[in-house]
Design a protein around this ligand. Structure first.
Ligand code: ADP
Length: 421
């Protein structure tokens, strides 16, 4: 069986969010971790999302891995390639979104691709090319203080133009609101003017449906998960995809744990919600940097807890504490050393019987799944908008919820474990 849609995502929680959107529209979906191996069994997947860890990688590495993933997906039959980045357009001035999109356009011989990170269900809207996060401009939102990719400009046209060698234009919301035909005509008008990217406004799901439909024939689509809403129906209309399917929750027995490396407002709220009710253990960045046995201490603590109760290990701190840690060790090194510690803690916890694991934070999730050797995930039912339960395809079988920092309601952790029964 060949797949229909192939996606390349720049981090693992973003990949899961996209896969979740496709599953919500009735497509069977598998998420693959890292550039896939030839021998991977995709089962009956109709869409495959390759999760890279390229959001903060050096540009050349991000480009090479994205191209390798796209080539592999096309070899599996993918008729359309989706380049998925964060709904807050997380990137640095040097990239990586622009350079990766440029390389994919060349690879796919595309001369136009849309740019649309909007995801209204999670409060991300694009209007006049400006990105809003829960009602605030991106540059006023908590993303201005992100540990790895602080966002200080809200104009997607400007951000994309700074990163790409090709021209960037805008398709405004009053055009999108007229529907797929008008939107497609606007794409063609931009292409005719030599504009290679159209930043497309979207303030509601109806806009995203119209954009998705308008992009049915495009070899490459770039954006957040939201713009994928309309894609499964494109394949149905073309007679390539059957009736929608409903995913099952993972059926995995074992201990339950949360690892939180995100310092986002949402994750810090979710941590506060379980503090006092669940056993919680905080990692100290200074002790990690000093080479102390922080991982061993966390695992000793874990071993002493009641195995019947979920528990939490976290490094998440407020912006003041993050700034102090970064000033001491550098932004990247601080992030990496904490991620490495979490990877080893996750390994130890799984060896000791954890089978139900939530990870909060995009980079943190990437580090944890890599440390656990997880290669592919079947996407299950949604917990909160953008975050599904997943089940690892290899051994040991794990129920995993990989959450982008800012996602999920305050009670996300308990709600998620509650869904597993
Ligand atoms: P999000 O999804 O919120 O962006 P990520 O996991 O992608 O979360 O990024 C958060 C980064 O912050 C990670 O690299 C993590 O290791 C780092 N981090 C976590 N806690 C701290 C801290 N106390 N000080 C500095 N950096 C931290």
């Amino acid at each position: 069986m060949t797949i229909l849609l192939g996606a390349v995502a720049d981090d693992s929680t973003g990949a899961t969010g996209l896969a979740n959107t496709l599953v919500g529209r009735g497509m069977r979906c598998v998420q693959v971790i890292g550039v896939p191996q030839d021998d991977l069994d995709l089962g009956d997947a109709e869409a495959v999302v390759v999760a890279l860890k390229s959001r903060t990688a050096p540009v050349a590495e991000a480009v090479a891995e994205s191209l390798a993933a796209a080539r592999w997906l096309r070899a599996q039959g993918a008729r359309q390639i989706f380049f998925k980045y964060c709904s807050t357009f997380d990137s640095t001035a040097k990239g990586n979104i622009g350079p990766v999109a440029d390389a994919l356009q060349s690879e796919l011989e595309s001369d136009f691709a849309l740019v649309c990170p909007a995801f209204p269900a999670a409060g991300r809207q694009v209007f006049q090319g400006h990105l809003f996060v829960v009602g605030e401009l991106l540059s006023d939102s908590p993303m201005k203080d992100h540990p790895l990719t602080p966002m200080r400009d809200s104009s997607l046209v400007r951000l994309m133009q700074a990163q790409s060698t090709r021209r960037v234009g805008l398709v405004p919301q009053n055009v999108v609101a007229q529907g797929p035909e008008a939107t497609r005509a606007a794409f063609e008008a931009l292409r005719d003017r030599g504009v290679a990217y159209g930043v497309v406004d979207a303030i509601c799901d109806a806009d995203l449906e119209a954009i998705g439909r308008a992009a049915a024939e495009q070899a490459l689509i770039t954006g957040g998960s939201g713009v994928a809403l309309g894609l499964p129906d494109n394949f149905r209309r073309a007679g390539l995809l059957g009736a929608p399917t409903v995913p099952e929750a993972p059926r995995v027995e074992g201990r339950a744990a949360v690892i939180a490396g995100s310092c986002s407002v949402a994750t810090r709220g979710q941590i506060a919600e379980v503090q006092g009710r669940w056993p919680c253990h905080k990692l100290d960045a200074h002790r990690i940097a000093a080479g102390e046995a922080v991982v061993e201490a966390a695992l000793d603590w874990f071993a002493a807890q009641d195995p019947a109760k979920p528990l939490l290990v976290y490094a998440s701190s407020d912006p003041g504490e993050v700034a102090e840690v970064q000033a001491a060790y550098g932004r990247d090194r601080a992030g990496e050393m904490i991620e490495t510690a979490f990877g080893r803690i996750a390994q130890g916890m799984v060896e000791a019987g954890v089978r139900r694991l939530i990870v909060a934070g995009g980079e943190t999730s990437g580090a944890v799944v890599a440390a656990l050797g997880v290669r592919a995930l079947r996407i299950g039912p949604e917990i909160d908008p953008g975050v599904p339960w997943t089940e690892s395809l290899g051994a040991p079988r794990l129920a995993l919820a990989l959450k982008s920092g800012n996602f999920g309601a305050a009670d996300f952790f308990s709600k998620a474990f509650g869904l597993l029964g």
